[in-house]
Design a protein around this ligand. Structure first.
Ligand code: FAD
Length: 418
């Protein structure tokens, strides 16, 4: 069996894998990526957040992405009935990037993978990790190519960026359920000829259809728009028929989508994804670190997935470099805690969204500008800014604010009656 030696083996050529590979390679180490699929390949996760730009920049990817002409994204809009809450990232509280992109992931991920390959990192496509043996922090990984040929890769360190593949958690029984309720998504790409009806395309829209059920609308620069429904599996079970029949019935059932997307041409048959939330107790171990979706993917509502993938890989890559240089790394303090800080901040917002707390805040008339800008920062992905009270107190601040709004409105309406 063929054997090769590298300093760092990266599993997966998605945003997590390519960001980590590029940063470690730039520090002078021998890196190799193994990727199960042939690229371009479809993956969901099309709306980025401004916070991802810093990681993409450090990885050296920004110019190559710019050349692709993806749709620039300046904000996010939330809609419920006739009410609209519009966030513009320029108004965010935390200093940093104020824009990003809405991307077809097949093209975006191929751009990142091609760029890292052109820097000198080999990417072995259609090559699947099937086994890993650790000896201290050194490892021997068995991979299998599409023709069934097996070979081994000896590495001083492994970055697992395998996304939904969850390679290391699965091989070593580290899987744990997330505390979020299982949800389902039904989505497609649409030929969006009536886009001019809406204030788009430079932002994404999340439409509240009913409690716990919402719709994403993500316009691309090609005139195609990604549109997906997310809700409890029981919600979808009420609609009979094929996936396309259910999809079209849902487009018809929501006034916001009815007119614009009636009889819309679909680029592909609607697809289903469900029960995506999973995690592990520890995001690192002797000789490996987990980054991106392998750590935990929460929910699509705040487009946090790719940003958390890029930022966790940016952080992990620097620690891997430190470790390879023989310096001490406190993985708990330097990796686990900051990664969880980001994930848990988004978790509070995801929970507040499904509980309806954010409806109360988002759709309040005459919102306080400072508060809106602080929440805007979270929606832009700045979930590590401890100067922002809506980050620092993420688990209590939203509930407290919603309660205050409800009480004030109650008082106002009772004084109007008097
Ligand atoms: P991935 O992009 O999944 O890349 C992992 C790679 O590893 C894949 O290419 C895979 O083929 C490879 N791999 C897997 N197993 C193996 C193996 N055994 N050997 C070798 N290679 C392997 N995120 C956003 O930021 N914005 C959104 O709008 C958004 N919408 C979403 C909507 C839905 C319904 C869902 C479920 C998720 C959404 N996400 C969104 C999340 C997003 O999909 C992920 O967070 C993101 O793709 C994570 O990137 P990654 O690099 O960690 O993993």
């Amino acid at each position: 069996m063929k054997t090769e030696q590298v300093d760092v083996l990266v599993i997966g050529a998605g945003p997590a894998g390519t960001v980590a590979a590029s940063i470690i390679h730039q520090a002078g180490y021998k890196v190799k990526i193994v990727e199960k699929m042939k690229f371009p390949r479809f993956v969901i996760g099309e709306s980025l957040l401004p916070r991802s730009m810093d990681a993409l920049n450090e990885a050296g990817f920004i110019d190559a992405i710019k050349e692709k002409g993806f749709q620039e994204k300046y904000g996010a809009k939330f809609v419920k009935g006739g009410a609209v809450c519009d966030f513009t990232f320029k108004e965010q509280f935390t200093p940093g990037w104020t824009w990003t992109w809405q991307v077809t992931r097949a093209d975006f991920d191929k751009t990142l993978a091609d760029t890292v390959e052109s820097m000198g990192v080999p990417v072995a496509y259609e090559t699947t990790v099937t086994d890993i043996r650790f000896n201290g922090s050194d490892s021997v990984t068995t991979v299998e190519d599409k023709d069934g040929n097996k070979s081994t890769i000896e590495a001083r360190f492994i970055v697992d960026g395998s996304g939904y593949g969850r390679v290391i958690p699965r091989l070593f029984n580290l899987e744990k359920n997330s505390n979020l309720q299982p949800r389902k998504a039904l989505f497609a790409h649409t030929v969006d000829k009536r886009r001019s009806m809406a204030d788009e395309p430079n932002r994404i829209t999340a439409v509240v259809h009913k409690k716990g059920v919402w719709i994403w609308i993500i316009p691309f620069s090609t005139g195609v728009t990604s549109l997906g429904f997310v809700g409890d599996p029981e919600f979808f079970a009420q609609y009979p028929g094929t996936d396309e029949e259910v999809y079209r019935a849902l487009l018809e059932a929501e006034p916001y989508t009815r007119e614009r997307f009636r009889d819309v041409e679909l680029v592909f048959e609607p697809r289903i994804l469900q029960s995506w939330s999973a995690t592990t107790d520890k995001f690192y171990g002797d000789g490996f670190v987990l980054t991106g979706n392998v750590t935990e993917f929460l929910d699509p509502i705040f487009s946090s997935g790719v940003t958390l993938a890029c930022v966790s890989s940016q952080t992990a890559a620097k620690l891997v470099i430190k470790k390879l240089r023989g310096e001490a790394v406190d993985w708990e303090k330097e990796y686990m805690e900051p990664t969880l800080q980001g994930v848990n901040t988004f978790r509070s917002y995801v929970m507040a969204w499904y509980e309806g707390t954010l409806d109360t805040i988002f759709f309040k008339k005459d919102a306080d500008t400072l508060i809106k800008n602080q929440i805007c920062s979270v929606l832009a992905g700045y979930v590590w800014d401890m100067d922002n009270p809506f980050v620092k107190n993420h688990d209590t601040a939203l509930k407290r604010l919603a309660r205050t709004i409800e009480l004030t409105e109650k008082l106002k309406s009772s004084s109007e009656i008097e």
